[in-house]
Design a protein around this ligand. Structure first.
Ligand code: ZN
Length: 445
């Protein structure tokens, strides 16, 4: 997944400003509405549907296209396709496809180049061309990593090759409402985990996804999906998203500057990335639920001991909320195992009651925002496993909710007009996503 993500990030993208906004025809609206019943609409998938507002970018790489060996025309047979089912073996799929070719089977079992064929994933198609007698002429298969495996017969011999297939990137949109957790809501609408995690990351400067999420919060997201041979092979970046948290609306748009750097900005061009994350808890499936701790809401605990407590299982990763330098990592009285970071200017942050430290915490170490620095525990004066987090200004504990925190760099004025024009298609799709019916309460949510 990481490799794929990096690959996607490496693609060149067309400036958003060049995307045209055009009205949808009634037929296109209908397609959106029908697809919307599942809570996720996929553009470019419905037959005969092309939405001008959902740009498709052909990604071209300087890689050889799988060489198709010359095949005698008299041998040319029929292409057939089968979806892989749960419990399938390569043999069982090929048998359903009418392949009756022991030589081909022996080749695919033993040739290392054919090995990706054995990464069978239910739902993926396997396509073969066979002769009248069931001999395998050609086989095509999109592998788990989104590459294209082809097996070609050349007389009595076979050759297999895996190539990076040209991918098309389409926009998809989804909308959900939170009932128990962000992951629960994402699962209910089929949002890929990689997008859910990005969503929490994009808004990490504004929303504490550990403490602030509540039932009834809503989100809409427009994101990229990569397709190879018509098969979805992986999610890309979030293009635009909005999150309604406790009645407050946040919106984010991806923007790529002339130098190629990508960041998220709010509708007015202010930076989404802040000097501090709202939560020191790393967002994951474990931390995405409501905190059902005995600790009271932030302000009540705040008066008691000038810190914010996060109840969490021992071992839950704790991350640095801002860039900084390690001041101290060790054992200190009631704090137990504690980390103190010197952040920018007069700001410092402290993380206490940890069970252990991350290995890179050497004296004076530079720590990046979001980096995992330790793990939740109950060392020191703690009656249960939790993280005690302090935000200090000039070494005095302050409530990060009530003081003005430094923000990130806003969009340069020179980019503003292009940004406003460029975000229009995504804004339109966010508006469409908002009209999608949310799926009824699912057991998993
Ligand atoms: Zn505390």
């Amino acid at each position: 997944m990481t490799a794929r993500k990096r690959w996607i990030l490496a693609q060149s993208i067309r400036p958003a400003a060049s995307r045209a906004v055009r009205a949808l025809s009634p037929g296109q609206w209908l397609a959106v509405a029908v697809l919307g019943l599942s809570g996720v609409a996929a553009f470019g998938l419905a037959p005969g549907t092309t939405l001008d507002t959902a740009p498709t970018r052909e990604i071209n790489r300087a890689l050889p296209v799988p060489e198709v060996r010359s095949i005698d025309d008299r041998l040319a047979g029929y292409w057939r396709e089968e979806r892989i089912q749960r419990g399938d073996t390569v043999g069982s799929v090929l048998s359903r496809l009418g392949v009756n070719d022991p030589d081909a089977m022996a080749f695919m079992r033993t040739d290392p180049a054919a090995r990706p064929l054995y990464q069978l994933r239910p739902g993926r198609p396997l396509t073969v061309e066979t002769g009248d007698d069931g001999l395998l002429l050609r086989l095509r298969f999109v592998t788990g990593s989104g590459d294209l495996l082809s097996v070609v017969r050349d007389g009595q011999h076979f050759a297999a090759a895996t190539t990076v297939a040209p991918a098309a990137v389409h926009w998809k949109m989804a909308a959900g409402e939170i009932r128990s957790s962000l992951f629960g809501a994402a699962d209910a609408i089929g949002l890929p985990d990689a997008v859910t995690i990005q969503l929490a990351d994009v808004f990490a400067g504004d929303i504490d996804f550990y403490k602030d999420i509540q039932r009834g919060d809503r989100f809409s997201v427009v994101y990229e999906m990569r397709y190879v041979e018509g098969e979805a092979v992986g999610a890309g970046r979030i293009v635009a998203a909005e999150f309604s948290n406790r009645g407050k609306e946040f919106r984010a748009y991806l923007w790529r500057d002339a130098g190629g750097a990508e960041s998220y900005y709010a509708q007015d061009g202010s930076a989404l990335r802040k000097a501090f994350l709202r939560s020191p808890m790393e967002f994951s499936r474990v931390t995405s639920g409501f905190s059902n701790s005995r600790f009271h809401p932030i302000l009540r605990t705040w008066r008691a001991h000038k810190g914010i407590d996060y109840a969490a299982p021992v071992g839950t990763p704790v991350r640095a909320t801002g860039n900084g330098k390690l001041l101290f990592a060790g054992v200190e009285g009631g704090y137990g195992k504690v980390i103190h970071l010197q952040n920018s200017g007069a700001y410092s942050t402290l993380y206490a009651h940890l069970s252990r430290f991350a290995p890179q915490l050497k004296p004076g170490a530079r720590i990046a925002q979001g980096e995992v620095i330790g793990y939740v525990g109950q060392t020191g004066w703690a009656t249960g496993p939790h993280l005690h987090y302090e935000f200090r200004v000039a070494n005095e504990q302050r409530d990060p909710l009530t003081i003005a925190l430094p923000g990130g760099e806003p969009l340069p004025a020179a980019d503003r007009a292009a940004f406003m024009a460029g975000i229009a298609p995504a804004t339109l799709q966010l508006a469409l996503a908002r009209t999608l019916p949310f799926p009824l309460a699912a057991a998993s949510d």
